[in-house]
Design a protein around this ligand. Structure first.
Ligand code: G1P
Length: 277
C-alpha cells in the first residue's frame, strides 16, 4: 500500500524570478487553480491519505492554501455557491503535513528531510514542476502505484518519457538494461548528461514510488559538483548495485514543465483548453 506522498517545494524558483519572489511558484494559477492544487489532487485520486510538503520557511504560503476557511465557506453558503464550497473542500480528507528543508542542497536532500515523517512506509514522490496528462486526466501517480504494487521492486518505480536528443541535458536519463512491455529495468541514471554522454533518450519525469530503502541510498550519496545531493544519483546506484531494484515505466501522455515561463504558458493554455481537472 502507498498512502503517503512527498512533494518537494522548497526551491527558490529561480527560473521564474522575479515572479516567484513573494508568491511561491507552486501557487501560480494554472487556469483557475494554483499549480499545487493539481499535484495534491493527483494524490487524492490515487488514494493517498497523507502529503508531506517539503518547504523552506519563506514558502509557508503554500500551506495556507490547504487550510480550511470557514469564513469564506459561510459567505459562499449565503450566496448559494455550493459547487464552489465543494471545490474548496476537495482536500478535506487528506492530511497535509510539512517538513522544512533549511538549505537548498538538492532533490535527494529534500526527500531526506521528509524521512522522519515517512518512516518505514513505501511512498510516492511528485515534483510540482511536472504535470503529466494521461487519458485526458491530470495525473499518473495512481498508475505508477499500480505498477509498484504488482512488480514489488526492492527500490522503486520511476516514470520516464522519451525526449529528443537535444533535451537530454535537462533531465535524469536512465541506463536501460531489460525491457518488458512498457517497463524498463534500469542499471543506472545519469543526471543531466550532455547529448553525447546520454545513455538513452528516456528522461525521468518527476513521478516516483519508492520503498523506504531509498533513504539509505540517499544518505550515502555524495554531493555533486554543484554541491547538491541528487535523488537520481541515489536510485541510480541502487539500480546498478542491486539488479532489478528500480523499474522505469512508460505511460502514454503529455508532459508539461510548469517551472519555466514558456512551459508555464503552455500548461496554462493546455489546461484551460481542455478544461480538465
Ligand atoms: C529533476 C530531477 C531530474 C528529472 C527532472 C524532471 O530535475 O533531478 O532527474 O528528470 O526533475 O523534471 P530539475 O528539473 O529539478 O532540475
Amino acid at each position: 500500500m502507498v498512502d503517503v506522498a512527498v512533494i518537494p517545494a522548497a526551491g527558490f524558483g529561480t527560473r521564474v524570478l522575479p515572479a516567484s519572489k513573494v508568491v511561491s511558484k507552486e501557487l501560480f494559477p494554472i487556469y483557475n487553480k494554483p499549480a499545487i492544487h493539481y499535484i495534491v489532487l493527483e494524490c487524492v485520486r490515487a488514494g493517498i491519505k497523507e502529503v508531506i510538503l517539503v518547504l523552506s520557511k519563506r514558502k509557508m504560503d503554500i500551506l495556507k492554501y490547504f487550510e480550511p476557511d470557514p469564513e469564506l465557506e459561510r459567505f459562499l453558503e449565503v450566496k448559494g455557491k455550493l459547487s464552489l464550497i465543494q471545490e474548496l473542500k476537495v482536500f478535506e480528507k487528506i492530511k497535509i503535513d510539512y517538513a522544512i528543508q533549511e538549505k537548498q542542497l538538492g532533490l535527494g536532500h529534500a526527500i531526506l528531510c521528509a524521512k522522519d515523517k515517512v518512516k518505514d512506509r513505501n511512498f510516492a514522490v511528485l515534483l510540482p514542476d511536472d504535470i503529466y496528462i494521461a487519458e485526458g486526466k491530470i495525473g499518473v501517480i495512481e498508475k505508477l502505484i499500480e505498477v509498484f504494487e504488482s512488480e514489488k521492486p526492492d527500490g522503486g518505480v520511476v516514470l520516464v518519457k522519451k525526449v529528443p536528443k537535444d533535451k537530454v541535458s535537462k533531465y535524469g536519463i536512465i541506463v536501460p538494461s531489460r525491457k518488458h512491455k512498457n517497463l524498463i529495468y534500469i542499471s543506472g541514471v545519469v543526471e543531466k548528461p550532455s547529448s553525447s554522454e546520454a545513455p538513452s533518450l528516456y528522461a525521468v519525469v518527476g513521478r516516483y514510488v519508492f520503498t523506504p530503502k531509498i533513504f539509505d541510498w540517499i544518505e550515502s550519496e555524495k554531493f555533486d559538483r554543484a554541491g547538491e545531493i541528487q535523488l537520481a544519483g541515489a536510485f541510480g546506484r541502487f539500480s546498478k548495485e542491486i539488479s532489478g531494484s528500480v523499474i522505469a515505466c512508460q505511460i502514454q501522455g503529455k508532459w508539461l514543465d510548469i517551472g519555466s515561463p514558456d512551459g508555464y504558458i503552455t500548461a496554462f493554455k493546455e489546461i484551460a483548453r481542455m478544461k480538465i481537472v
